[in-house]
Design a protein around this ligand. Structure first.
Ligand code: PGA
Length: 251
């Protein structure tokens, strides 16, 4: 394992490149599953975790990690996208992880982006996390604007699973996954910061220079709603695994 540093309350591992970030993250997840085969994972989408999921798929095929008893809750989902839409987060999770490992899909949860009653659906998602016993290990990415999940700047530390408006920055950042910017949904359902902070352990992955400012403000700045990831400083077991590019000027 690479050297772990600490800034304030946040533990940090700086990797050579994004491949090393993926491997380091996968090793931590595999070990946590090994220690507790019935672990409840919190999972994330976006470009960053794809490499880590590839590593976990490899480890599962080599019988190094067994997902058969694992459950998972995803952070968020676009509002209005059908689960079969290629950019829905349910589709992403099936495509990038669940279809390739021995997880029971009945034990995988992604917020519903097309519920008949969105408020009820959000409450029920929170209820399912609680009923499962809470999240043991939560994976996060970070937006270039400091968001975690779709908790955009302005989100308080107490927020729970709810419907939110996406900011222009996020819509622009995510346009690369769609035909064009106009196709990016304007709303999402997301776990709140309060929900995320209840996870027993949190691992955040970040790579590339696009994340430098957000990381600096999250790790060294004040805990403020303008930088939602800064609230992670309040968690007692939060590890950032980042590459050299993303760590510029941090230490
Ligand atoms: P990315 O997104 O991994 O695609 O950069 C991260 C995020 O928005 O949380």
């Amino acid at each position: 394992m690479l050297e772990e540093k600490q800034i304030g309350n946040i533990k940090i591992i700086i990797c050579e490149n994004k491949q090393e970030v993926a491997k380091t993250g996968a090793e931590i997840f595999a070990k946590a599953i090994g220690n507790n085969p019935k672990i409840i994972l919190g999972l994330a989408t976006g470009g960053t975790p794809v490499g880590m999921y590839k590593e976990l798929i490899k480890m599962n095929k080599e019988a190094v990690v067994d997902f058969s008893q694992v459950s998972s809750f995803n952070l968020d989902e676009y509002v209005g996208l059908d689960i079969n839409h290629s950019q829905s987060y349910r589709y992403f999770m099936n495509d990038n992880l669940f279809n390739h490992v021995n997880i029971d899909k009945n034990n995988t949860y992604v917020p519903d982006g097309k519920p008949s009653n969105i408020q009820e659906s959000c409450l029920s998602y929170e209820g399912k996390i609680k009923a499962a016993g809470g999240i043991g290990l939560q994976l996060l990415g970070i937006g270039s604007n400091g968001h975690i999940a779709f908790n955009e700047p302005g989100s308080s530390k107490e927020t729970r699973t709810r419907e939110v408006d996406l900011t222009e920055t996020t819509i622009k950042d995510n346009a690369r996954f769609f035909e064009n910017e106009a196709e990016v949904p304007k709303k999402a359902v997301t776990m709140g910061i309060g929900t995320i902070l209840e996870a027993k352990r949190i691992v955040l992955l970040a790579t590339g220079e696009n994340k430098v400012d957000a990381l600096k403000r999250s790790i060294k700045g004040l805990q403020i709603a303008e930088v939602p990831a800064s609230f992670l400083q309040a968690h007692s077991d939060c590890l950032f695994i980042i590459d050299k590019e993303a760590s510029s000027g941090l230490l």
